[in-house]
Each structure stands twice: as C-alpha cells, then as structure tokens.
Design a protein. Sequence first.
Length: 492
Amino acid sequence: MVGCGHMRNPTANRRESRPSGSQNRICFSSLSQSSYAVLLVPSSGTFGQILSPLQWLHFLYVYIFCVKKWKMEWGAYIAVRLMLINTNIIEYFWDRNMRVFSYEELKDAPLLIDAIYKSKANNYSGEPLPILLPKTSNEGGFRISCRKDDAKMPAYIVISTTMKELEWPDFLDVEEGVFRYYGDNRKPGKDLHDTPRKGNLLLKNIFQWLHEDGDSRKNIPPILIFKKTGDGRDVQFLGLAAPGNPSIPPDRDLISFWRTMEGKRFQNYEAYFSILDTKNEEIKKEWLVSLYEDHENSLELAPKVWQDFIKKGRNGIKPLKAPKIVTIPTKNEQLPHDNEGKGIVKFIHEYYAKEPSKFEKCATKIVQMMDSNFYRFDVTRPWRDGGRDAIGKYHIGPEEHSLSVDCALEAKCYGEGNSVGVNEMSRLISRIKYRQFGIMVTTSSVNSQAYKEVVDDGHPILIITGKDIAEILRKNGIGLNGIKAWLEAMEN
C-alpha cells in the first residue's frame, strides 16, 4: 500500500498553441502624407502592445531603407510589416528558449525539459505542481498519485528535490541521463519502509517489478523529476524517469544502507533512475489523467520511449544523454558562484595560506572523493612557488585482473585573483611519463592560455578548479559548516 496525497479535479485541456485570433488594428496616419499603413499588432505576448525603444530604432532603420527602395507610399507600410514579422519570430524563439511559465499559465503549460514553472507565493497555496499536474498533492518531496481503480497502486510519482541536502545529495548526471535519489527515511526513528508516505516501500516495489518478468512492469508508475530552483517555490522539470539504468547492474540500482544521526542508526535507500529521451514527443497531460482514471488503457497515450520501457524492461531504457561541448571555461566558470561554495574555497585557501605546500594532501583527498579508483598517493618535495607533487595510481577493471595507471598530481593553493599559468601547467606536462596522466588541482582557476594549450594539444591532464572542489566536497556531505573539522581531522 502506498500513501496518496490530497486529490483534486483533473486540469482543463492543455494549451495546444499560442493564441492567434486576438489582434488589434492600429492606424499609423503620420507615417506617410499620401497613404495610411494599416497594421496588425499582436495584442498579447512577450513584447506586448507597446513597442520598445529598441523596436522603434529597428523600425526607423528599416523604414529609411524601404522608403529609398519603394518610395514614400509603400516604404512605411513595408517597414512596419517587416519589423513586426521579425518581432514575432523573436517572440516565438524567446518563449521557446526561456521556457518559463507563470503561475497563471500552469494549467495549460506543457511539460518541457528544463522548463521553469513559477509559484504564486512562498507557501503551500502557491505551489506550482498541483496546478501543473493533475492529481498531485501540494507538499512533500515524494508525491504519489494513486489509481482510481485501486487506491493502493500508484498512477504516477512526482519527485521534487533541492539537490542541496548535504546528508542526502540527490544528483542528476546530465551527460549520462542518470538520476540518483535518496529515499524518504531521512531521519532516525522509523524502520526502512515505515515512512509517512510509504515512499521507500514503493521504491522497493518499483524495482521489484522492474526485475520481474511478465506483466509486473505495467505496475511501474512514470516518475516526473523536478528540481527546486531556490526562487520561492519555483520548480524546474528535469524529465520523465524510469527505474534502473543500462550502465548500472540490477543488484546496484536500489541499495539500502545505514546512517547515524544524533547518535541513532537507521536505514535508507539509494536509488538510480534514467531520465528518458522523449526526443520531441510531448508528455501529454491526458496520459497522466488516464493513468489515474483508466490505467489499463493508458499506455497508448504514453510517449514511445515509455512504451518501449514497459514492453522491454531494462533493455528498453533509452536515457537522455547530453554530452558536454568541449570549450575553454572562463575564469568565472571555474570558480563557485554561490556563497557557500565561495566560502568553502576561501576557507581552504586561508587555512593553508601560511604553508600552501600542505594543501597537497588535501588535494589528494579531494581527488579520491571525486573518484574512489584513485589510491596510494605519495607526496614528494615542495616547490619554491608553493606547489607540491604527488604520484598516485588509478585502479581499472575487476579486482582479480585489475590494471593500475600512474598519475602525477600538482596542487596549487591560490587565491581567487591568482590563476595557474602556462609555466605551472608546462611543468606538470613535463613530469608526465609514458602511460601516465596528470592532475592539476587549484583552489582558484587556470588561465585561458594554459587551459587552451592542454585542450588543443590533447595533453592527458585532469583539471580540478575551485568550483569543482566545492562541488566534490558538498556531494560528499562537507559544507561550509563542516570544512574546518574535515581539514583538522585530515591533518591529525
């Protein structure tokens, strides 16, 4: 049995397209002494009824061009028509690219990857999800909408996460389409499956249905993943998810583990899902309504990628993969943007300010936190500029027949105003031997010329900057409040 939230009536029919019938006719009699230019101006939209100063400058430019080419009579008319056509094109792509839907638009808003859905107020009454999605409750990180024909069975699930809980770092790997989620038993005092909303019990059932043959997969509910933006109760849609992933073994996609909090031990789940590649196919709200009202016949309304998953199971999972485009990051992109991230990096820099060579040990620990396959780092002598070397190993393959690849690490404990330059990077490159790779760890950034040489020449250098350090530590549960204790414990 699963716990279902408060139910409300299904939403009205979704919006199929931008309204196009409502228009105003405006007469510009002053544009030409001999004729009137009658125009159609959209009565609503991004740009509204009033032309901005930039649009008027655009109009004057096109107007002068058109008057010279087609004489005064037609110049004004053609100029304004061209300007308005261009405005409509800009407006269309503005709406498509921004993908921000106001609270008033939620009932008819489509579900688009990475779209943001605005809240009305920073309280339960202004929650966007109950308006956006039929049969969804207005609170909780794990929201279960149950079927009409069987209140114990889920129709679909909504997961809403901040991805900022240090103890429970939910995470989306956008390059591989893998979403990691921690169950709802996040405090001591309850058994693993005895949570108020029965979220962990449902996780257990979902993965059990996944691994069974036959019709059990039809019971698996679609999972809609949302991320809280931090602006009021606004949320961002991350995608439609299915349990499991082709790259994760079946015995590793749902794991129970122990934690200690306030001196008490308790269990929770770590679950892995795939964000499905729906391509250009819409996630229809009619499908979500059908999952509740007529579950038996709902599959035909589902996106094809979900149909393939239900029919083929793990073999039908097609994750949405978005590989990064290799670019040279700017200094700003290499540094943390939020206050906590900045505070973490600043504290580390100040902690080792008097003896920057000691940062090397910290750097090796951060690298091992990032990837547990790094091991056995041996520290060498410090350099004059405060850098220090280490030689480590990287483990590849199964334990019985594994390979070890040597790596050379250099650590630079720099302030935000000082970047790793060509000289420091060249020294690391010169140290790399045959079948080795290098790691440059800095609390600051790498300047553009040094970074460009590494990328353009294909040097096997892993670069970890201030932003990476903050993210790695937080993913491992170390925030600004815990950084001092972690550094002191490492030294001792």
